[in-house]
Design a protein around this ligand. Structure first.
Ligand code: SF4
Length: 196
């Protein structure tokens, strides 16, 4: 399936129960030929309202990592999630939750095809669900982060999800140092300069 057909299929998708409560399908955004791809777990409230990935508070932090930390623009990278519709506790629309295995299995073919089409030189998984899904591991992010793994030959760097960073210390979270250490490894892998 090519990019346009894939996007059209996702935008009209009803393959899992998340379609019943979504406002929008958050397909992903960025450069379809990006060198680096960021993968989170699923859209939150703001993402569901806008149809764009990572645009809430966590998204602002990710944007700062990309722009200030990496010296790139959001449009240079590609940002997506495992599931394209917002999962919430009991689907009541209040509290976000990670996608369950059924939802992941229904939706992940879209992500897998996105990765095939983009063919990035590196992937950054953000948090446990995307790391566990892509690397088929049950090991937690604390042990996985900062260490290169591979998905179908593509180097994968797991790091903390920006929401987790914000929940653990906010803007001054000590976890930000860990994320920056991980991101520097990605810059090295891509032969990109490390901003001072
Ligand atoms: S989460 Fe994925 S599989 Fe489920 S309805 Fe949305 S696009 Fe379809």
């Amino acid at each position: 399936m090519d990019w346009n057909s894939l996007k059209a299929a996702a935008l009209g998708c009803k393959k899992c129960r998340l379609c019943e409560t979504r406002n929008t399908v958050v397909f992903g955004e960025g450069n379809p030929s990006a060198r680096v791809m960021f993968i989170g777990e699923g859209p939150g409230k703001t993402e569901d309202e806008t149809g764009r990935p990572f645009v809430g508070r966590a998204g602002e932090l990710l944007t700062r990592i990309i722009e200030n930390g990496m010296g790139l623009a959001r449009k240079d990278v590609y940002i997506a999630n495992i599931v394209k519709c917002r999962p919430t506790v009991e689907q009541k629309g209040f509290k976000d939750r990670p996608p369950d295995p059924e939802e992941t299995s229904a939706c992940s073919p879209y992500l897998i095809r996105q990765i095939q089409l983009i063919a990035p030189e590196a992937i950054v998984t953000l948090g446990n669900p995307s790391t566990r899904f892509l690397l088929q591991t049950s090991t937690g992010i604390t042990k996985m982060r900062g260490i290169w793994s591979h998905y179908n030959g593509i180097p994968v760097m797991p790091t903390y999800h920006p929401s987790y960073v914000l929940r653990n210390g906010g803007e001054k979270s000590p976890l930000r140092r860990d994320v920056w250490d991980d991101i520097k490894k990605v810059l090295e892998k891509l032969n990109l300069p490390i901003p001072g």
